[in-house]
Design a protein around this ligand. Structure first.
Ligand code: NAP
Ligand code: MG
Length: 495
């Protein structure tokens, strides 16, 4: 298919270690076109041996890399940003084919990734320790990199995930071994072509493969000094245990089941409904941040629900690369089955299906699992309102009492994000204060600004990415004190 041939992909990819793709002589797995099921490439299924080689390369590169001036690291990150920018259309197409998301979105992913490389290029220079005078001297608190960082990412937004992990780690002077997701490794492996031209060998290494193999080998490796993971809360626990075993710091960005709240005082109901749809359907619903519990005030409930159902029914479902597509396929047939299973659970537990709920066939995309935008009228206690579905499925919950609504909005194990729509400043502020979420977006869902802390409360994670604080997660503090003279004797007898 021409859409695949002009992507410039290799037939096979080995691990990327010391700025070179390793020869593939062991087991491999297939990267599939997520719509047609065609094989696009074969990728090395890395295990303990490849992970060990990658960690050794990263360990060898670390002393020189940590000694580079922050200005030098910054300059190289800017070069990477420029290289990705020049190649972003191709990289976005690779992601669209690999994971099934429309080009408009995967293009945005790469812009977002570029902004991360630039942000941390700036932050590298301005990330400072601190100091203070002490009697007879001075104390300096230095921020020092950990060493080799083991990083594991999911498939939903591969360009953003790779940038979120690589940029701050290397900006702070660490070296990296990263495992991409088996469903979405290609754009990260293609990123390596740019990395090889810009960074010293060993600074950034990529080990594709499966979680239980490459992932587990990476988290258990004694040469890894810091772990960072994005993915499900279930696997997050496994990573956390691996960190506890070796007592290395672990940062986690995990799942979500975020509330999105509509107050009765909204001015433009159409704009609010459009934003709530965006909150649900972006990434085909496969976003940890998705606003999948829509709390609608009783006074505007019917008006919102009518528009929501009509809006969802207008959404064009189609192939990822078709220009008029708004919603495309889920990443894999397994993910499609999982989402359909949740739709069945919703029906069985008595939620009222307002629209959608069915699979849609798209011509020429037999492998792709397309699901119509689905809206349930639900109760917050139902499983479809409590569990992360990761598909285009929205639970709408009616509210009247503010305190009770807040209790329900917070009444899930997650706490990643929250949205709210109001034209009343007091509603906005007092609600934002009470929501248990790492990000609260007032009048614009997914309002991720460069430099705003991104992380989860409760079971949604530990730590903040995307901001200056992230560099603190990738460094430890060392206190160095200096006295102008040796201390007066403690033990020698006084004259
Ligand atoms: P997942 O199953 O947790 O997988 C994430 C990554 O962990 C993959 O690379 C996976 O490898 C690897 N992995 C699996 N088991 C492992 C193990 N025992 N040891 C080490 N690594 C292991 O998540 P997913 O289903 O792919 O992605 C969706 C989840 O990610 C959702 O829950 C979503 O909310 C979350 N997410 C969170 C954020 C955030 O920033 N908070 C962002 C995006 C997604 P494989 O290649 O074998 O799968
Ligand atoms: Mg996976």
């Amino acid at each position: 298919m021409s859409s695949i041939q002009d992507l410039g992909l290799s037939e096979t990819y080995g691990a990327f270690i010391d700025n070179a793709f390793q020869p593939v002589d062991g087991p491999t797995f297939a990267a599939l076109h997520s719509g047609t099921g065609e094989q696009i490439a074969r990728i090395a299924r890395c295990g303990a041996a490849e992970v060990d080689a990658a960690v050794q390369a990263a360990a060898k590169a670390f002393p020189a890399w940590r000694a580079t001036a922050p200005e030098e690291r910054s300059a190289l990150l800017l070069k990477l940003a420029a290289a990705v920018e020049a190649d972003q259309q191709r990289l976005a197409r690779i992601d669209s084919v690999d994971i099934g998301r429309r080009l408009f979105e995967t293009g945005l992913d790469h812009q977002f990734a570029i902004s991360q490389y630039r942000y941390f290029a700036a932050a590298a220079i301005t990330h400072e320790g601190f100091g203070r005078p002490i009697p007879g001297g001075y104390m300096v608190a230095r921020r020092e990199p950990y060493g080799v960082c083991g990083q594991i990412i999911p498939w939903n937004v591969p360009a953003i995930m790779a940038a979120f992990k690589i940029a701050p780690a290397i900006a702070a002077g660490n070296t990296v071994v990263l495992k991409p997701d088996e469903n979405a490794s290609l754009s990260t492996l293609e990123l390596c072509r740019h990395i090889a031209k810009i960074f010293p060998p060993g600074v950034i290494n990529i080990v594709p493969g499966f979680g239980e193999e490459a992932g587990a080998a990476l988290t258990a490796h004694p040469g890894v000094a810091k772990l960072a993971f994005t993915g499900s809360s279930e696997v997050g626990r496994i990573i956390s245990r691996a960190g506890a075993e070796r007592l290395v710091p672990v940062s986690l960005e995990l799942g979500g089941k975020s509330p999105n709240i509509i107050f009765p005082d909204i001015e433009d109901i159409d704009a609010v409904v459009d934003n709530a749809m965006f909150a649900t359907l972006y990434c085909n619903g496969q976003s940890c941040l998705a606003g999948t519990r829509l709390f609608v005030h009783d006074a505007v409930y019917d008006a919102v629900m009518d528009r929501l159902v009509a809006g969802m029914e207008r959404v064009k479902v189609g192939a990822a690369l078709a220009p008029d597509t708004v919603l495309s396929n889920l990443v894999s047939p397994e993910q499609g089955e999982r989402v359909m299973n949740y739709i069945g659970i919703g029906k069985a537990e008595g939620a009222r299906l307002m629209t959608g709920g069915q699979r849609i066939a798209v011509e020429g995309q037999a492998h792709g699992h397309f699901i119509a935008p689905t809206v349930f009228e639900a109760d917050n206690r139902m499983r479809i309102a409590q569990e992360e579905i990761f598909g285009p499925v929205l639970s709408v919950i009616r509210w009247k009492d503010h305190d009770r609504m807040i209790e329900e909005a917070n009444g899930v194990r997650y706490g990643l994000a929250a949205g709210l729509y109001t034209s009343n400043l007091r509603n906005a502020w007092e609600t934002a204060e009470r929501l248990q979420a790492g990000s609260v977006w007032i009048n614009h869902y997914f309002n991720l600004a460069s430099g705003s802390p991104f992380g989860g409360f409760k079971e949604s994670g530990i730590g903040s990415e995307y901001c200056h604080e992230t560099l603190n997660m990738y460094t430890h503090l060392k206190a160095v004190t200096i006295q102008t003279r040796v201390a007066a004797p403690w033990f020698a007898p006084k004259a």
